[in-house]
Design a protein around this ligand. Structure first.
Ligand code: ADP
Ligand code: MG
Length: 394
């Protein structure tokens, strides 16, 4: 086994489990720094697999494939949140530096464990999860505290972009919803009065160095991220400090190496609630690609390669607009169209990123645009103007 403290230098292979857009942008950042990338993904063609030096098409738990990856890569990370922890453990047992480690990824994969962890973390940071109750058996439903209604029932596993969630107003509705989810383990969470949503992006190096990016303010549509704006227009400086301090404490507490995103709700009361953690670069951190000294993907490369972390300093205010597959259709999937890229790029402050996905679909993440500005209001205006060019409703 190689010396665990030695850096992994450019020219070497870095490995990534998952071939989606996060893997693709990681691959581009790694290649820009002179690394080669090995992508493992079960699909035949993927945004990252198509540009990596080495693409292994296999299931995440395919031992032969993991061995092949381990032979090539001194370090491996994951871009797919639901990669089986077993795959990460197997790579680690083969001597690979896995960042983040499997225990961190497992924590984020299960909302029950995640909410429990966030509740214990509250004693340290004064920020806890929304009040919640675990539903695993029929009897649990009768013990749900009445003050959790209206609440949001969330499946413990495999939820993302608002999938695996439903609002329920009563015990009866809860019973129906839980049956509809196939009676899998769930968390019922009190529906909070949100003022706005933000996320913190922190990075920890192998040497315990921790850096944080400015907090982004996020707007979701239909459960999917729509825009992220930085600096967060509604966040008070004291709130931002509290959030960043909490996220830094969290990343150390779980001994995490790499980029970590923590989502928070700021309530109408002014209180802050921790929602969930994502053990990887995050959609709300795509703004760093054009607005910061080092992007979140470059940081993931640095952390995995045991190199010093980069500067998180923001160089310009920014508003990121997500591009969903909807833009490739005139209303329904029967009427394809090409988005008006020429009009978008007529805005010189708009930086277009497309993920190279062959088939657009309604709701599928296809790309994003970072709109810069001299001040945050200008960045927001630029973002709104670009959205109009694309026919996105204000
Ligand atoms: P996902 O894994 O799909 O991102 P989240 O738990 O982050 O799941 O929920 C998605 C969105 O639903 C959040 O960004 C927020 O807008 C809304 N939401 C989730 N939980 C609550 C809650 N307890 N109260 C109010 N809104 C919520
Ligand atoms: Mg979320």
């Amino acid at each position: 086994m190689a010396d665990r403290m030695e850096p992994i230098l450019p020219g070497s292979y870095l490995g990534i489990l998952g071939g989606g857009q996060l893997g693709r942008m990681f691959t581009q950042a790694a290649q820009a720094m002179g690394y080669k990338v090995c992508v493992l993904d079960p699909g035949p063609d993927s945004p990252a697999g198509s540009i990596a030096e080495k693409f292994i098409q296999a299931d995440y738990t395919d031992s032969a494939a993991l061995k092949e990856m381990a032979a090539l890569c001194a370090s491996v990370s994951t871009e797919f949140e639901n990669v089986p922890a077993q795959a990460l453990d197997e790579l680690e047992s083969l001597g690979v530096f896995v960042a983040p480690r499997s225990s961190c990824v497992s924590l984020a994969q299960n909302r029950i464990a995640e909410k429990k962890f966030l509740a214990t973390w509250k004693s340290e940071t004064n920020i806890g999860p929304a009040p919640n109750f675990v539903i695993e058996h029929d009897a649990d439903i009768t013990h749900v505290p009445a003050n959790l209604f209206p609440g949001i029932l969330k499946t413990a596993r495999m939820g993302y972009d608002g999938k695996g969630q439903i609002t329920v107003h009563s015990e009866d509705e809860l019973t129906v919803a839980w049956n509809n989810f196939g009676r899998v383990p769930c968390v019922l969470e009190k529906r909070m009065e949100l003022d706005f949503e933000v996320s913190a992006l922190v990075v920890r190096g192998y040497d315990d160095a921790v850096v944080a990016y400015p907090v982004s303010q996020n707007i979701h549509r239909n459960g999917i991220l729509h825009t992220s704006t930085v600096p967060a227009p509604s966040l008070k400086p004291a709130q931002e400090k509290k959030i960043i301090d909490a996220a830094k404490a969290l990343i150390r507490k779980i001994d995490y190496v790499g980029v970590l995103c923590v989502e928070f709700f700021v309530l109408k009361s002014g209180d802050i609630v921790a929602n969930e953690i994502a053990p990887r670069p995050h959609n709300s951190g795509h703004y760093t690609m054009d607005a910061c000294v080092s992007s979140q993907f470059e940081q993931q490369v640095r952390a995995m390669a045991r190199l010093p972390l980069g500067d998180t300093r923001q160089l310009a205010p920014v508003s990121m607009l997500n591009l969903l597959g909807d833009l490739w259709f005139e209303g329904s999937e029967d009427l394809p169209k090409e988005p008006a890229w020429n009009k978008v790029l007529a805005h010189p402050d708009a930086k277009l990123h497309l993920y190279g996905k062959s088939a657009p679909r309604i709701g599928r993440k296809m790309g994003h645009i970072n709109c810069l500005g001299e001040a945050v209001n200008e960045a927001r205006k630029n973002c709104a103007a670009v959205a109009v060019e694309l026919g996105i409703e204000p």
